[in-house]
Design a binder for this molecule. Structure first.
Ligand SMILES: NC(=O)c1ccc[n+]([C@@H]2O[C@H](COP(=O)([O-])OP(=O)(O)OC[C@H]3O[C@@H](n4cnc5c(N)ncnc54)[C@H](OP(=O)(O)O)[C@@H]3O)[C@@H](O)[C@H]2O)c1
Length: 164
């Protein structure tokens, strides 16, 4: 599918597997240069090389935990240094986590809110000013159907999705 975004630059978080990898692959097929983010540097490097080799686009792997304060800014700064622009921001990193208020641990709650909600906010704040200046930008926040139909048994996963 021609998305009409050739030569744009995109950051995709959670890009070494699953939905993020599929998004990155589709973007690369459309001629988009990429900054790919995930924690496991080895798996990310393999993905970046495969996508870059297959579609002939530039791919910068950036190993980071998006939930850590400061990482979103560092990712965006690297993207700006390498490509001079961020046209498309895809906040996708994360995982499902079962559990309601009593079942989910404090650590799981902190992980979910940091990875989904705080990281999304920080990436948006880092890319929006430059997008506004250029009057072009796209932000995609990959959430969950739980953002529309919350399930209390998956509360720790669905609560951070509600505002997305
Ligand atoms: N698949 C579904 O049915 C479904 C349903 C509802 C919502 N979602 C949402 O869709 C998104 C993608 O899901 P998926 O099924 O494609 O997941 P996946 O196959 O498990 O892939 C998750 C990706 O995110 C990365 N990641 C996870 N935590 C991260 C962190 N803290 N910082 C940076 N990267 C991180 C993983 O790499 P590393 O582990 O190396 O970091 C991996 O690249 C998630 O946000 C998930 O909550 C999925």
């Amino acid at each position: 599918m021609d998305l009409g975004i050739a030569a744009k630059t995109a950051i995709v978080t959670g890009a070494s597997a699953g939905i993020g990898r599929a998004i990155a692959t589709e973007f690369a097929q459309n001629g988009v240069n990429l900054v790919l983010v995930a924690r496991d540097a080895d798996r990310l490097s393999v993905t970046a090389k495969e996508i870059g080799y297959r579609f002939g686009v530039e791919v910068l792997p950036f190993a980071a935990d998006v939930g850590n304060l400061g990482e979103p800014d560092r990712v965006v700064a690297s993207a700006m240094e390498r490509f001079g622009r961020v046209d498309i921001m895809v906040n996708n990193a994360g995982r499902a986590c079962a559990g309601g208020i009593m079942a989910a641990s404090e650590a799981e709650w902190e992980e979910m809110t940091a990875t989904k909600l705080s990281a999304m906010r920080r990436f948006c704040r880092a890319v929006i000013p430059e997008m506004r200046q250029r009057h072009w930008g796209r932000i995609v926040n990959v959430s969950s159907i739980g953002g529309i139909y919350p399930n209390y048994r998956l509360m720790v996963s669905h609560a951070p999705s509600l505002e997305l």
